[in-house]
Structure formats: C-alpha cells, structure tokens
Design a protein around this ligand. Structure first.
Ligand code: SF4
Ligand code: SF4
Length: 390
C-alpha cells in the first residue's frame, strides 16, 4: 500500500523498485572506464550508505510506502548531496538517484521540512539575487569600466557564480566576446536564473526566478557562462548558448586569434576541472560535449592538458554544487581538498575550468597554493588576443 502523497516521488515509482543494490553508486572503481570512486558526499561528508544514491532511492521508496520516517533525519541526508549526478553516470542499469534526490528535496520543501540553511539560500536568492546573500549591487562589480553595447546583438548572462565568485571570468568573457565581434550587453540589475533554488527543491521559487528573468531579458541571443545556469534555462524552455561554445567556434574559424604573452607566459601543463553540470548526462548539456570543447581550446592555445585520474563523465564532484558549500562548508572543503591533492600527482601547474561555480570554490580552497582560472580569465591573463577587424 503506497502513501497517496509524495507526488513528486511518485513520478519515479517505477525506477525505485528496480535498483539492483549493486553498490556501484557507492563504491565503484573501474579503471578501464575511468571510474575512480563515485560519491563526493560519501567521501567528504558521511560514509553511511543512507547518504548515497542507493540510499536516496531506498528513502524515497520507504516514504512512498508510508513508512513513518523522521523528516528531519531524511532532510539531514537529502540536503547533504552535491546533486552532481555521478551516481547516475555510473549506474549500470540507468537508475536516476540524483533526480530522485531532487524530488525528495522538493517533497521536504513542500512540507516546510527543508533545513534552515537551505531556506536562507532561498531567501537570499529571492531578495538579493544570489545564493551567497551578497549585496545585490555587487552582482555588477565585475563589469566596472566596461560599457554594455548600446545596440547589442548578444546578451551576456554571467550567472551568480561568475558575477560574485569569479568576477575576472565574467569580465574576461565580456571582453573576449567583444574581440570576437559580438556587440555585447548585460543587465545592470542581474536576476538569478533560479538554478540554486531548483537544486535545493524550491520549485515554486525557481519558477518565480524564471519568470523574472524572462521579463528582464531582451529578446536577444543569450550567452551563458555557468553550466548550472545554462541547464536551468534549457529546462525552463529558454534556449541559450554557452560562452564556451562561442569561444571554441571563434578560435576554430579564425575570428579569435591568441598568442602567448611574453610578459605573462601560460603554464606549460594544466589540469582541467570539467564541472559536473557540463560533463554528466543527467544535467541535460551532454550534447555540447563541453569537456572536449575545453580541451580543444587549450590544445589550440598550445597548452598541454594533464591526464585526469577519472574520465570527465565519471569524475567525483569537487563539492561546489547542490548547496554543499553553504550547508556543509567543512565537508565541501574536504571535497575540494581531495580534488586539489589529485592535481599535485599529475604535475599540473594550474587548474582551468569552464565552470565559474567550481573554479570559485576551488580557488577559495587552493588558498593561493595553486592558480585556478576560468577559461576566459586564463586566456585574458596569458594571451594577446585579436579579432577579425584588428
Ligand atoms: S542506483 Fe544503480 S548503481 Fe546504485 S545500487 Fe542501484 S542499481 Fe546499483
Ligand atoms: S548526486 Fe553525487 S553526491 Fe549525490 S549521491 Fe549521487 S554521487 Fe553522491
């Protein structure tokens, strides 16, 4: 007999009964497929299986079957996941534990059972348009000194992570797009796309942000820096292009030329942090093949990319996403530390990412020991660039 409630979980009811409890999402290690461990939460927060993809499926099943679980205890587990989706990427039979986890969060949010930290993030997004509760006005600091084009043909949405945590990346993106030949403009009153709210299960609040973004953005092609933002826009039926794609195309067809600067040469060997939203299929961006685009760009720039310990599709999350950094900062720091320790082993001299959220997170935890760049910021720092008319 199933509980008639929990309609969001019910959408996954069929899948919930097909988990083979094989434990791949807990501890898979399969060198031939580039799988080297799976779950950042199990590694960096709690080793209990109830914090794993398999555990979230079991919890969802129990709730649907009417088991009287303590919702505070369910919430402690459900809001300790990075939502990275590596459990889904490795599952050999296609179970959707990360999607179920998000539905579980939404069920908890509907019942006012989300933890206080998650509610604080929601309120920060709704009132200040960023999940860090930074003053809204800081969301445009990245652009100081740059002038939006008065007759733009491209609208740049840097996203909260770039605007607040990687301002050099947002700035470099606007400049590079201008060099390529786009007439770029951006909002002087940025609106969060709602991605942090969707990740936390605040579905209605995310819808509010989707509507606000739709009314506040002119009908122009949009270029987005953050993978979370692009995935959110796509899911809300609002297509956009990745800045990464535009950069890759321009380098490929000659609209952007880049030569290493003699006064600031690029590091010879770099590591790449792909970011789960770019690289794991369940986030809906797999068609872009962002890991390949990023490596192509670096190769074209003449920079050697160190071999990563795991294939991008199966890389363990760095701890930036899903609210982890705000809700469980010590755990997120352990996840970042594990990622950074791996870089020393491959001989990389810098870390490059196309994800401002991941780059901002690892930058904080690298503490100056290791340079971490967004891809646009990296090009601006180490290459002289020229566009078609220069
Ligand atoms: S969710 Fe997939 S990987 Fe995890 S235990 Fe179930 S079948 Fe195995
Ligand atoms: S989404 Fe990531 S952190 Fe969450 S259970 Fe799956 S592998 Fe672990």
């Amino acid at each position: 007999m199933t509980d008639p409630g929990f309609v969001r979980l019910r959408a996954y009811e069929h899948a919930l009964y097909h988990c083979a409890t094989c434990n791949y999402c807990v501890s898979a290690s399969w060198p031939e497929r580039g799988i080297d461990g799976v779950c950042a939460t199990l590694r960096g927060h709690s080793p209990a299986a109830s914090y794993s993809g398999k555990g979230y499926l079991a919890t969802a099943r129990a709730l649907l079957e009417g088991e009287a679980l303590d919702l505070a205890s369910v919430a402690e587990r459900a809001f300790a996941c990075t939502t990275c989706g590596n459990c889904e990427a490795v599952c050999p039979i296609g179970m959707p534990p990360a999607a179920v986890l998000k539905a579980l969060r939404a069920e908890l949010a509907d019942r006012n059972s989300a933890p206080g930290g998650a509610i604080a993030i929601r309120d920060a997004v709704l009132s200040r348009q960023n999940p860090w509760n930074a003053p809204a006005v800081q969301g445009t600091d990245w652009s100081l000194g740059l002038v939006p084009h008065p007759r733009p043909n491209l609208w740049l949405l840097p996203g909260c992570a770039a605007a607040h945590r990687q301002p050099a990346e947002a700035r470099a993106a606007a400049q590079l797009l201008g060099v390529i030949g786009y007439d770029v403009a951006w909002s002087t009153e940025p609106t969060c796309c709602g991605a942090p709210l969707s990740a936390l299960g605040f579905v209605d609040a995310a819808g509010t942000q989707h509507a606000a973004l739709a009314t506040g953005t002119p009908p122009l092609p949009r270029a987005v820096l953050g993978a979370e933002c692009l995935a959110e826009l796509r899911a809300a039926g609002r297509p956009a292009t990745a800045v990464l794609e535009l950069l890759h195309a321009a380098l490929h067809d000659g609209r952007l030329e880049a030569a290493a600067r003699g006064d600031s040469p690029p590091p010879a060997v770099v590591a790449v942090l792909d970011g789960c939203h770019w690289s794991k299929p369940h986030h809906g961006l797999a068609d872009l093949d962002a890991p390949r685009l990023l490596r192509d760009i670096l190769t074209r720039l003449g920079v050697q990319v160190a071999q990563a310990p795991a294939a991008p599709r199966y890389a363990v999350c760095c701890g930036a996403a899903g609210g982890m950094a705000q809700l469980h900062p010590a755990s997120a720091a352990r996840m970042a530390g594990a990622h950074l320790a791996g870089l020393d082993q491959v001989g990389a001299l810098a870390l490059i990412s196309a994800s401002p959220l991941c780059a901002g997170h690892l930058s904080v935890h690298a503490g100056g020991r290791f340079p971490v760049y967004g891809i646009c910021e990296f090009i601006a720092a180490h290459f002289a660039v020229a566009g078609p008319e220069q």
